[in-house]
Unconditional design. Structure first.
Length: 83
């Protein structure tokens, strides 16, 4: 099972990969330094990719992807708590 706290939703628009919101600083509509081909390479291939968010310069290591989420090797973003 994929840990939800390690996942980051993404979207592809006009050959660019976007996160709706940076999980670290909260910036909205962040263009990630990835291309759709990079996301395809992550899917189940066992490859890793380091990505630096351009808004706050936080680095994450991506280890997998599916059609909706990028998966990091550790929790991403602000602490998510359940009430």
């Amino acid at each position: 099972m994929i840990p939800f706290e390690n996942s980051l939703p993404y979207d592809i628009q006009m050959n660019d990969v976007y996160a709706a919101e940076c999980p670290f600083c909260g910036q909205s509509h962040v263009r990630l330094p990835l291309k759709p081909e990079d996301v395809e390479e992550l899917r189940g291939a066992g490859r890793k990719r380091s990505v630096v968010f351009p808004c706050c310069h936080t680095r994450v290591q991506l280890v997998d992807a599916d059609g909706d989420y990028l998966l990091a090797d550790k929790p991403v973003g602000r602490a998510r708590t359940r009430s």
